[in-house]
Design a protein around this ligand. Structure first.
Ligand code: SF4
Length: 446
């Protein structure tokens, strides 16, 4: 059996003499493409100290006095850089450069700007985790420097973040807290299934879901509390023995009934909501309008333009119809396994990095990202008007960017009933039915 052990547990000397372990997926790569999208897409939160420091700078070309470039958002209890009418950050110039960076260098920019597209967290066991955010084009393109080449920056971010006093922790599920070491061992076990190119993709995804279901039973909790190095071997062995049964489950997966189709569309709407929609939803009328769009979308008659900007507003969004065009290719799987590997290696799918999800909740969410990303890719494909061609890696990249952006940032996924739907989808026959609907190529080696 080939086990792709792609995570890296790098031990790094710190300047102060202490040791910090950094956890990351060594296959991730990134180098800035200078596209400027990160200065356009998101609100930039800043600390009071950063605000005080930046407001004293002398920067030419700003449309307003520098002291007015900040706004306090009482709902989100934070100060943000304001944006210009075109949506760009107030400091973004006509040549796609940051005025702060140009005048004073990178170090003077707010931490939120310097850190992007890294996700870096400090953990209670004094370790650091790092992954690249898949909502950055350069990350999804998987070109540039390997994440391991950025160790100095990661440790620098870790030091700065430590000042916030936030140290992440995670449990397996309520009442079962085996500790971070064991959770990492268990995550490695999932990697031995999900990144194992001996299994075809649908089998890997279903086997991971079944393993989660297995450990969801009370009588198997000791597997979690006693997890050691044999966990991964046992997990992949179990998956290996279950292949005929899993194939059978997919082959005989019943067609999704109306209720489950509605629920899947409902989940999907959560994955493609934008920050703008979140902001818009702070007003009652806006929320009601959004609820109406969401219901229509869930019932299969909504317009995709209610969720995705700049697309044909008459387009009816039915992911089940468009999914028929989905045809997985090696390139798509390479992108997807890199995504899964980055989450599992860093634990950025549970604890503080992801709504304080338990390991179980985060794994369910992660397992669901494939059918969801396939459906979103098929919607993007239709939006782009490529009616005849099959869905390609470009569509899937765009979908994964949307999915990752909302993975740990959309409040939708904090809702109890959404977690319940995710649980229902990972158990029993729903996932096999979804995997059967998606045309997954047999050519799957990544
Ligand atoms: S401060 Fe500079 S780097 Fe940060 S969002 Fe604004 S323009 Fe971009």
């Amino acid at each position: 059996m080939v086990i792709c052990n792609e995570s890296l547990n790098a031990k790094t000397e710190m300047k102060n003499g202490g040791d910090k372990k950094i956890f990351y997926h060594k296959e991730q790569s990134y180098s800035c493409l200078n596209c400027g999208k990160c200065c356009r897409l998101w609100d930039v939160p800043i600390t009071t100290a950063e605000k005080d420091r930046i407001s004293k700078l002398k920067i030419d070309g700003l449309p307003i006095p520098i002291e007015e470039c900040f706004v306090r958002d009482t709902k989100r209890k934070n100060v943000f850089l304001i944006r210009k009418k075109d949506g760009n950050c107030i400091f973004f110039d006509e040549k796609n450069y940051c005025r702060i960076h140009s005048a004073y260098g990178e170090k003077v920019k707010p931490l939120a700007c310097r850190i992007y597209p890294f996700d870096t967290f400090n953990w209670k066991d004094h370790s650091v985790s790092a992954s690249f955010r898949f909502d950055c084009h350069a990350v999804v393109a998987r070109k540039g420097k390997k994440i391991g080449d950025y160790q100095t920056q990661i440790l620098g971010f870790s030091d700065e973040l430590a000042r916030s006093g936030i140290f992440s922790d995670a449990i397996y599920r309520k009442g079962l807290a085996p500790g971070l070491d064991k959770l990492r061992t268990i995550a490695e076990g999932y990697k031995s299934i999900l990144l194992n190119d001996e299994f075809r993709p649908a089998i890997r995804i279903l086997a991971a879901a079944r393993l989660l279901e297995f450990h969801g039973r009370k009588e198997n909790r000791h597997d979690i509390s006693d997890a050691d190095k044999s966990f991964g071997r046992d997990a992949s062995g179990l998956a290996q023995r279950s292949v005929p049964e899993l194939e059978d489950d997919i082959e005989n997966g019943p067609e999704l009934d109306l209720r489950r189709k509605i629920l899947f569309r409902y989940m999907l709407s959560g994955f493609i909501r934008t920050d703008e929609a979140v902001r818009y939803g702070t007003f009652l009328i806006g929320r009601l309008r959004r609820l109406k769009s969401l219901l229509k979308f869930s019932l299969g008659s909504g317009r995709i333009s209610d969720f995705i900007e700049n697309c044909d507003e008459h387009l009816v969004a039915d992911p089940f119809r468009t999914l028929e065009k989905f045809h997985s290719k090696n390139e798509i799987w390479q992108i997807y396994w890199s995504y899964v590997g980055s989450k599992l290696s860093s634990l950025h799918f549970c604890g503080y990095p992801a709504f304080s999800y338990t390991f179980e909740e985060g794994m369910r969410h992660l397992i669901m990202t494939f059918p969801v990303a396939a459906a979103v890719a098929s919607l993007y494909h239709e939006i782009d008007g490529n009616k005849d061609q099959k869905i390609d890696a470009n569509d899937f990249q765009k979908a994964l960017m949307a999915v990752d952006h909302t993975f740990s940032r959309s409040p939708f996924f904090r809702l109890k009933h959404v977690k319940k739907i995710s649980k229902e989808f990972c158990r029993g026959d729903v996932l096999p039915s979804l995997l059967k609907t998606i045309k997954i190529s047999e050519s799957h080696n990544s």
